[in-house]
Design a protein around this ligand. Structure first.
Ligand code: NAD
Length: 320
């Protein structure tokens, strides 16, 4: 199979490229490096079945030669990134998704959209099943991401209904692992880098808000299975085990063997209080469930951050 991965130089995309290569496929990674990093794919550039195209997918997606699958991941994903790139986020969710769908339509390729748990907004139903329509503030600062993904889902379904494109929508919940950017504002990389440096761990609010964290290897296994199975979705992919942000900070501190104290910062606007996927559909339709326990995933993540730690004197991130 020849697969195009938009956003392939990002955190999740680079792990997906690796998995597809391991499965014997050819991979075309398309990225503009706006939030991704060349280092994430540097080790793949010499691979005979891997190629990299530097392209902003809102401007077009010209790929020569037949394509069998399009994994559409390109989008700023962390709150810090999409708040910094609000218009770009809406454009990649709209024009970018259209261009990726057109590529799939051209070659009758399978298409997968990586949507997000953020389509549920600040949910009023727990855990969130796919049938829940969400509780989104359409004009708040986070709406640029939530609404871009909701539009992307609608466009994907319109291409399926109108042009018969074989589409799959997955809604990804918080994912963590090696290659997250230390400064992307998400809890795991912020806590890990702070704990390794012996600095206070910056918890937002009182830390009782919850997250459900899926290890990246488990997630990418879900992505490839979803595309191969061809289920239309949407299907939630995430870890139903819920932890409070405070518990997460303590777990990171323990894995790092750090004595850092916790400090508490104001909670960002529209920050969801509780997030937990209902993954019955993924279990039933894909035979998928996360396997990696939090402590094991954190240990692998911490090992990666230790190996790539900033030099003394380099700026350390704070959590937004
Ligand atoms: P990331 O920022 O690490 O990766 C996104 C990649 O897309 C980056 O390499 C970036 O350079 C690229 N990109 C952005 N705009 C582009 C454009 N216009 N043209 C070409 N490339 C562009 O984020 P990630 O965490 O790897 O997320 C990947 C996908 O998964 C995103 O679509 C995100 O919305 C979705 N997702 C991720 C999570 C998570 O917890 N990581 C949760 C829910 C959904």
């Amino acid at each position: 199979m020849r697969a195009v991965v938009t956003g392939g130089a990002g955190f999740v995309g680079s792990h997906l490229c690796e998995r597809l290569l391991t499965q014997g496929h050819r991979v075309v990674c398309v990225d503009d490096l706006s939030t991704g990093r060349a280092e994430n794919i540097a080790h793949l550039l010499d691979h005979p079945r891997f190629s990299y195209v530097h392209q902003d997918v809102t401007q077009g997606l010209e790929i020569s030669g037949r394509v069998d699958a399009v994994y559409h991941l390109a989008s700023p994903a962390s709150p810090r990134d999409y708040l910094r790139l609000p218009v770009e986020t809406l454009l990649v969710g709209s024009y970018g998704t259209r261009n990726a769908l057109e590529l799939a339509r051209r070659d009758r390729a399978a298409f997968l959209l990586t949507s997000t748990s953020e389509v549920y907004g600040d949910p009023q139903v727990h855990p969130q099943p796919e049938s829940y329509w969400g509780h989104v503030n359409p004009v708040g600062p986070r709406s640029v991401y939530d609404e871009a993904k909701r539009f992307g889902e609608a466009l994907t379904m319109a291409y399926r209904r109108t042009y018969g494109v074989r589409t799959t929508i997955v809604r990804i919940f918080n994912t963590y692992g090696p290659r997250m950017r230390a400064d992307d504002g998400r809890a795991v990389p912020a806590f890990v880098t702070q704990a390794l440096a012996g600095l206070p761990l910056t918890v937002t609010g009182d830390g009782t808000q919850t997250r459900s964290l899926c290890y990246v290897d488990d997630l990418v296994a879900g992505l490839t299975t979803a595309l191969e199975t061809g289920v239309p979705g949407p299907v939630n992919l995430g870890n139903p085990e819920e932890v409070t942000v405070r518990e997460l900070a303590l777990a990171v501190r323990e894995v790092c063997g750090s004595a850092s104290p916790l400090t508490f910062l104001p909670r960002p606007e529209d920050d969801p209080r509780q997030r937990r996927p209902d993954i019955s559909a993924a279990r039933r339709e894909l035979g998928w469930a996360p396997r990696t326990p939090l402590t094991e995933g954190l240990a692998r993540t911490v090992a990666w951050f230790r190996a790539t730690a900033p030099l003394p004197g380099e700026a350390l991130p704070t959590l937004v």
